[in-house]
Ligand binder design. Structure first.
Ligand code: FEO
Length: 170
């Protein structure tokens, strides 16, 4: 069983994860519009992972006898100044998600909700990966700058990413 307060926090995280999926689909569409299909592939897969995260929270709420309440998802940005700006936005967004996860952990600790705290630890670890990959992408783009060949090389690298479903959180 979870408290009303915890249920509200978890439902809000479902919404935030779906928003993340929406944002990354939008960034992916931007990359398609500038013919960088490798970057588009990376973001499309990232969006799939975000839907997985949303459903992990969704399933957890159900599993502990809570009630899923889906909130409205904001429209994401759809136009970006540059490749670098889109990648910086991605990193900033992941940092925001990390703070959100940490906040729910704080609530779980306050409420002595050890089960939810345990469930959230998967996401604490995942956010380390999420921030690291967003940071690496940004730094690589900053490294090549406006060099077209460098961007195309990175695009080829991003095209290699394949979707792998997450290993389930407990
Ligand atoms: Fe669901 Fe990108 O963290």
């Amino acid at each position: 069983m979870i408290t009303e307060r915890m249920q509200k926090e978890l439902n809000d995280q479902v919404r935030k994860e779906f928003y993340s999926a929406y944002l990354y689909l939008s960034i992916g569409a931007y990359f398609t519009s500038i013919n960088l299909e490798g970057f588009a592939n990376w973001f499309r897969i990232q969006a799939q992972e975000e839907r997985d995260h949303a459903m992990m929270f969704f399933d957890y709420i159900n599993r502990v006898g809570g009630r899923v309440q889906l909130g409205a998802i904001d429209a994401p940005d759809f136009d970006f100044e540059s490749i670098e700006q889109a990648l910086r936005l991605t990193l900033e967004h992941e940092q925001l998600v990390t703070r959100s996860i940490y906040n729910i952990v704080d609530v779980a600790i306050e409420e002595k909700d050890h089960k939810t705290n345990q469930f959230l630890q998967w996401f604490v670890n995942e956010q380390t990966e999420e921030e690291a990959s967003a940071d690496a992408n940004l730094k690589k783009v900053q490294l090549v700058g406006n060099d077209g060949r460098g961007i195309l090389m990175l695009d080829g690298e991003m095209a290699q990413r394949v979707y792998t479903p997450p290993t389930a959180a407990v």
